[in-house]
Design a protein around this ligand. Sequence first.
Ligand code: AGP
Length: 624
Amino acid sequence: MCGIVGYLGSSQAVPYLVSELKCLEYRGYDSAGVAVIEEGKLRILKAAGKLSNLESLLQSAPSGGTIGIGHTRWATHGAPTDLNAHPHTDEDGIIAVVHNGIIENYTDLKDELIAAGCKFSSDTDTEVVAHLVARNYKSGKSMLQSVIEAVRRLKGIYALGIVNVKHPGEIYAVNHHYSLTVGIGDNECFLASDSLAYRQYTNQMIRLEQSEVAVMSTSGIKLFSFDGTESVRTPISSDTFQFVADKAGFKHYLHKEIHEQPNVLRQTLSAYMSDVNLPVALRKSEAVAKNGIPTAGIALSNGQIKGLERIQILACGTAYHAGLIGKYIIEELAGIPVDVEIASECRGRKLLVNDRTLTIAVSQSGETADTLAALKEAGELGSFTLGITNRADSHLAHLTNNLIFTKCGIEVSVAATKTYVAQLISFYLLGIFLAEERGSLPAKQALELKKSLMLIPTLQEQVLATEDAVKDAAIHYKNAQDMVFVGRGFNYPTALEGALKLKELSYIHASGYAAGELKHGPIAVLDEQVPVITVVVPGIVYDKTLSNAQEAKARNAQMIAVAVEGDKAVARIFETVLNIPPVQEFLSPLLTVIPLQLFSYFIAEALGKDVDQPRNLAKSVTVE
Ligand code: AGP
């Protein structure tokens, strides 16, 4: 949430800042701004709305400055206006600050600073930092000391980029339980909350540790802890993927990413299961650890895995839905009881974990604050930890030694699609791995399951080939005010995910329920205006799901199904059927979600919504 960037070198800073901001716009897009030091003055340009608004401003007022910081914002404190956009300054325009995270004690600090004569011009928590640093500096302290003394007074978790007009060759970067990296090029350096932002210019980087200040200049990077102690670290070279802004002929990244799903699964499968006759290759090989970059694999011993009494999965949003299916998979295959928690609900609560618990954090970005905080706490309480993420360079990947990387490439669209199915496939692989380690799955059954998994990408392609029919359905139902999604068993989480996709993409109100729960209350909202989308595939819960659908039909709801092509019982009940090919119930979530993703996409597109960057959202949710 929010993106910090910086550039310092001999070239003009603005083009670099803009190019870095473009890579980070996924972190928030309600306003953006830059501060450049030029001819002994701070030049600040900010604009509410998308980055393109700032770009237009910058084009009309070019800058020759070679040092600057920039920011793309997702508003927490103060509306998304020009005034509240970052950077923020002290009243004399000496210090400029960009900030991610939240300063929790900002009201107390603001009262104190106002009483001391400071004049505030925004509603943000950030502005206190500019005034604190400026006051320290004006009292004669060095810039480093001014920054350190200011941040020691802040409560919360945050990252900062700071420049001082009197120090035109330096950027001060601060990380406090957040993520911030410095990129090192030839006589130039970059600052970014995600190294993706400067990967096209350099792959040499330093990740700031917790409670650390970096002083960046063309002569090098100096690192200091909050007590002023200097430390030295060699840059690491990051060879993970670059951001490539390519829609491959699709109108939206979302549509492209939905279509990438078969190949994403092929890549994740081939990384961990190249031969179905061998055990799933999730065991960590010490030989591959390199360069300080986390590597995939599970380092728990066979004895530790056999000794597990409970698994707890922590995640938010779409990743939480993947975790709900993960529970069914692991319980079924490995016979270990699994609880799934919305990560933010773990905060401030007693976590019942011990050294026989495995806590799994699922996060495509690897930066979700709620998920990271809950995982850290579980680890501190003695639980084993494991991360499933799409970003090998993320905060999450540095928090635990047990990692599964989904092989999706960057997911640009804010709504998660391909990373969701990759998280699901990771759970199938993890389930088989745990079962193989614990001896809870007969070899023949494991082999059959692995062979079936290998066929899923092709079946997904068959689903994607039906997208014209999904588009017709989307256009037919696009004016609904509310929609209800239901499913049972493995497809109950699919219903939740279908409802979330529709809400975030089209802004139509939607709710997902376990189909059996309809009659316990939600059925009261049904009438002829409400489409009910039922996910129903042959298997253990098939008949009961159809009965629940009949209950909705009896209330005159508009009936839509995601079901196996040619299912006659389904054809008798539902007016619209979104087809999938025959698939076993256990693996069906890998297919059933696709028509729902497409349905939401086509509705949003027909309604003219901002498909890739829906209102009020951000791709990486780094505040608690
Ligand atoms: C998905 O479409 C959402 N935008 C959102 O729910 C997301 O899944 C959630 O914020 C968790 O993100 P993470 O996977 O990066 O942790």
